[in-house]
Design a protein around this ligand. Structure first.
Ligand code: CP
Length: 323
């Protein structure tokens, strides 16, 4: 059971203090994060890619699970905001000697660190840390169990807005292992809040949570039906490391039914974009010809993640003026 994050995210004056989940955040907050990220996006092309918004602050990347994209883009984002950055991973931390995640966080806070970016296999880990550290410390959820991956969803929203010009009237399909996906949960909250026309989940019933229709989505197991009229195709990784037992018959059969190929993509609108949070499993949930094709925005998602994470860190740390 994951505790409710919505209250703890705000300070006494109603300002966003932590970024733990998108569930419960108002549309204005999401739009403001996207707008600020827009002003950071040109940084990658500048000769000097730094602004002093977090100068003198220390950001700790606390990753108890593997990560390529999230950890690295958080590091780049924090450095572009002029913060000092410390990267810690499970193998290098004293949790491997039995210390609790909370004692690790308290120990690091005693060194006068300011912002924790936390990834853990346990749902609620970032909430636990946020609720036990002093008021001035900020926490960002970089993925907790199956629960939430809110910065991933925000960079996905940023990519959709750039590619499609907005959210109104869009039909979005989320395909694959929704059951184990923290990304899908955060995407559904963000897409609903930003007002897309329809969210469709496509996958085998064994990989779709039973309660999910209550989130206002439509569900189908049929790719042709599900992709019809779709503007944005969001693929998910088959999360075998989180599965108990055999939830798909075989990888080949899964690919045959749900793997995104050029043939299946032809059911969607001709200008539909293809997204994937990564890491991608080629030949399992997506064919290489689609992942590398001209409708794929997968690498743009990665690039956009830097600007979006800069925007979120700047917002939490109080530096919300334009760069
Ligand atoms: N999308 C995502 O979270 O990727 P990483 O696991 O590489 O951070």
């Amino acid at each position: 059971m994951v505790p409710s994050d919505s209250k703890i995210q705000f300070d006494h004056q109603g300002r966003l203090r932590h970024f733990l989940t998108i569930n419960g955040l108002p549309k204005e907050t999401l739009v403001q994060i996207l707008d600020t990220a827009e002003s950071f996006i040109s940084f990658g092309q500048r000769e000097i890619r730094k602004v002093p918004l977090l100068r003198g602050k220390t950001v700790v990347n606390l990753f108890f699970e593997p990560s390529t994209r999230t950890r690295t883009t958080f590091e780049i984002a924090a450095k572009r905001l002029s913060a000092d950055v410390i990267n810690l991973s499970a193998a290098r931390m004293s949790t491997s000697k039995g210390e609790s995640i909370l004692d690790t966080a308290r120990t690091l806070e005693a060194m006068h660190t300011d912002l924790f970016v936390v990834r853990d296999s346990a749902s609620g880990a970032s909430h636990l840390i946020a609720s036990h550290l002093p008021e001035h410390v900020r926490v960002i959820n970089a993925g907790d169990g199956r629960h939430a991956h809110p910065t991933q969803a925000m960079l996905d929203m940023f990519t959709i807005r750039r590619e499609k010009g907005g959210f109104e009237g869009l039909k979005v399909a989320i395909i694959g292992d929704v059951l184990h996906s923290r990304v899908a949960r955060s995407q559904i909250h963000a897409l609903s809040t930003l007002g897309v026309d329809e969210i469709r989940l496509i996958g085998p019933r064994t990989l779709i949570p039973t309660e999910v229709e209550a989130m206002g989505v439509n569900v189908t197991s049929n790719m042709a039906e599900g992709l019809s009229g779709i503007d944005v195709v969001m693929m998910l990784r088959l999360q075998r490391e989180r599965m108990d037992g055999q939830l798909v018959p075989s990888e080949q059969e899964y690919f045959n039914r749900y793997g995104l190929t050029d043939d299946k993509l032809s059911y969607a609108n001709p200008d539909a974009i293809v997204m994937h949070p990564g890491p991608i499993n080629r030949g399992l949930e997506i064919a290489s010809s689609v992942a590398d094709g001209d409708r794929s925005v997968i690498l743009s998602q990665v690039t956009n993640g830097i600007a979006v994470r800069m925007s979120i860190m700047a917002k939490l740390m109080g530096g919300q003026e334009d760069p």
